[in-house]
Design a protein around this ligand. Structure first.
Ligand SMILES: Cc1cc2nc3c(=O)[nH]c(=O)nc-3n(C[C@H](O)[C@H](O)[C@H](O)COP(=O)(O)O)c2cc1C
Length: 179
């Protein structure tokens, strides 16, 4: 008999804002996944202490690493702050360098911005970090979403083109999980 492994995907938002457009994108992406795939968004990035080599893992760090370990794949969706990745997200990623928690984990990296640029600088920087962490990705693993505010209504992405791009990210991620 053939047993199919249950797939679980972790979403990580680079924004801490309650009505974050990036978190809305993650929620929308989660809702486009097949119903037999579970999706959770990590809460508590802001509780992770500033990284320094040699510091022990505190509870929020342990919780972050456990959420990663439980996941078959990770989706990041982040704003750009001053042409870079928000410090909160970069700090959390730095905790995984020494322990290799994200090594070989399939990933989709998304940036969204109210500007035309779509957060491209942050996305490029995030992709470099994900490469350093050894995450599993291909040329289709990244998406930048420009002019994001006009694509969201009442907490949902309503723009058909963006919805299609999110579905493509999901399909690519699932193919990376299976490969
Ligand atoms: C401190 C700060 C710096 C920002 N720098 C950039 C930037 O360099 N590029 C950009 O596209 N947007 C920038 N923005 C605008 C954010 O993209 C915008 O606030 C976005 O809505 C944040 O994402 P969120 O809705 O998920 O919180 C900046 C916003 C703040 C507060």
């Amino acid at each position: 008999m053939l047993f199919m492994k249950h797939i679980h995907i972790l979403g990580i938002s680079g924004s801490l804002r309650a009505d974050s457009t990036n978190t809305i994108i993650l929620k929308t992406l989660g809702s486009t996944l097949p119903s037999d795939i579970t999706f959770e968004i990590f809460e508590g990035l802001d509780e992770i202490v500033h990284f320094s080599p040699g510091l022990p893992d505190t509870e929020p760090v342990t919780r972050f690493k456990a959420a990663i370990a439980k996941a078959d794949a990770v989706v990041f969706c982040t704003p750009e702050y001053a042409f870079g990745v928000p410090g909160t997200l970069k700090n959390a990623l730095d905790w995984t360098v020494g322990t290799g928690d994200l090594n070989d984990k399939p990933v989709s990296a998304i940036s969204a911005s109210p500007l035309n640029s779509g957060g491209n600088n942050a996305l490029a920087s995030l992709l470099l970090t994900l490469t350093a962490l050894g995450m599993k990705k291909n040329d289709a693993s990244a998406l930048s979403i420009p002019n994001v505010k006009g694509k969201i209504t009442e907490g949902r992405v309503i723009d058909a083109h963006t919805l299609n791009e999110l579905r493509i990210q999901c399909a690519n991620l699932l193919s990376l999980i299976g490969s």
